[in-house]
Design a protein around this ligand. Structure first.
Ligand code: SAH
Length: 275
């Protein structure tokens, strides 16, 4: 068996590279790919799952405009033998299959081409329920990097040796088990990409939202002013900016106390005071 696949698959690029020429104004803007744009490289057995929801709405527009880039790398292409096997039985026995270290390593080496070795500049992530929980702080750190490589697991996971040898961080979407890492990858990329400059129209909206100051966001309302006999809180219609800010702060604190005692304790420990 050889260590190099005869024809390593080309990464599939999404976004700007896949647009077709037309005379619509947005497409004209799309020609200007931003140099050195933030890039997510995704190693997966299911490249067709991408861009998925990332191709829609704000993240999709930003992808089309070249504000970020997405390369999927098909793990199958690095598999062993005629059947491109990627997995084998777990050592020590037990149910399910484990992704092979040698196969995953070949895909990681391929992904590493043209990327910095410094993990702070280019993290390598294995999506895993066993990982540290994904947080807004991590999304911010990733948005500050040049890009990242994500490995989507399937079956029982990945041979531990490749995780250790490549300095891969395991990150979890939450305390539940999914069948694969693809949805977790999309969720984390969405949270990261919306922090990149220019992706959201209104930058202020990332500064005031949940988690950005350690509290959950206050409730939101919009027209109609009365709906099924229910009114928007009067203070929000008062036009008094000081009072509105105070009300929002109180609501954020109340919700955080009620729903997330862990966040509330951390807020108090940081010197945040109840208002
Ligand atoms: N046997 C493993 C679960 C494997 S689930 C265990 O008990 O830890 C199959 C794959 O789905 C994992 O390798 C991972 O890539 C992905 N996955 C499942 N749940 C996830 C979660 N909460 N966060 C991130 N990835 C997850």
């Amino acid at each position: 068996m050889t260590d190099t696949p005869e024809a390593p698959p080309k990464p599939k690029s999404h976004g700007r590279l896949s647009i077709s020429a037309s005379l619509k104004p947005r497409d004209l803007m799309e020609r200007q790919r931003v140099r050195g744009a933030w890039c997510a490289k995704i190693i997966t057995l299911f490249p067709d799952a991408f861009p998925g929801t990332l191709g829609l709405s704000l993240t999709g527009k930003a992808l089309d405009m070249g504000l970020w880039a997405l390369d999927t790398i098909d793990l199958r292409g690095f598999g062993e033998g005629k059947h491109r096997n990627v997995d084998d039985n777990p050592a020590g026995g037990g149910a399910g299959m484990v992704l092979r270290a040698d196969v995953v390593a070949r895909a990681l080496d391929h992904a590493a081409i043209g990327t910095p070795r410094d993990r702070a500049r280019w993290p390598i992530v294995f999506l895993s329920p066993r990982g540290r929980p994904f947080t807004q702080a991590r999304a911010q750190a990733w948005a500050g990097a040049e890009g990242l490589t994500m490995l989507c697991g399937r079956f029982e996971g990945v041979d531990q040796r490749v995780i250790d040898a490549y300095g891969i961080e395991e990150v979890s979407l939450g305390d539940f088990v999914m069948t694969g890492g693809e949805i977790a990858a999309q969720a984390m990329i969405d949270a990261t990409v919306r922090l990149l400059p220019g992706v959201l129209g209104n930058q202020a909206s990332t500064e005031e939202e949940s988690f950005s100051d350690g509290l959950l966001e206050h409730p939101q309302y919009t027209r109609p002013a009365e709906w099924q006999g229910l009114e928007i809180p009067a203070v929000l219609q008062s036009g008094h900016h000081g009072e509105i800010a105070k009300w929002r702060r109180e609501q954020a604190e109340r919700l955080t106390q009620e729903r997330r005692p862990d966040l509330w304790a951390a807020h108090l420990a940081r010197g945040g005071k109840p208002s």
